[in-house]
Unconditional design. Structure first.
Length: 128
């Protein structure tokens, strides 16, 4: 399944990469928090439990995910490309074709949390 959220932020892929970092993760998404950082492995807590986390720079932004999640939750935060080149696109996928209403509601809440955090953080960056 895949989910999209268009976020009304004008920024660049480079700004997304520069500001949404592991050490600031909880500033952008209160549903994720660092539990452990050991050499190259990061473990986060989330609304779904404890998982290994990754974040990669990609063209236009970032790709993140929960490596050992049974639903293979991963998401991208990008700008500069369709479907809306002048806003931020949050695109989340899971490895299922169907899920229950409660889980879908949790995913939508997770995406809304990212939206609120990004609007708040990028707005504060413009003020500085």
């Amino acid at each position: 399944m895949e989910f999209f959220k268009i976020i009304d932020i004008q920024t660049t892929g480079e700004d997304i990469q520069q500001h949404i970092t592991v050490d600031r993760l909880d500033e952008f998404c209160s549903n994720l928090f660092i539990l452990r950082e050991e050499s190259e492995q990061i473990t986060v807590g989330s609304i779904w439990g404890e998982f290994s986390f990754f974040s990669l720079k990609i063209k236009g932004g970032l790709r993140m995910g929960l490596l050992d999640c049974p639903n293979a939750v991963s998401w991208t935060i990008t700008t500069g490309y369709p479907p809306t080149e002048d806003k931020v696109v949050l695109h989340l996928t899971i490895n299922r074709t169907e899920k229950g209403a409660e889980f879908i509601s949790e995913i939508q809440g997770f995406m809304e949390d990212w939206e609120v955090g990004m609007i708040k953080q990028f707005k504060s960056l413009l003020i500085e």
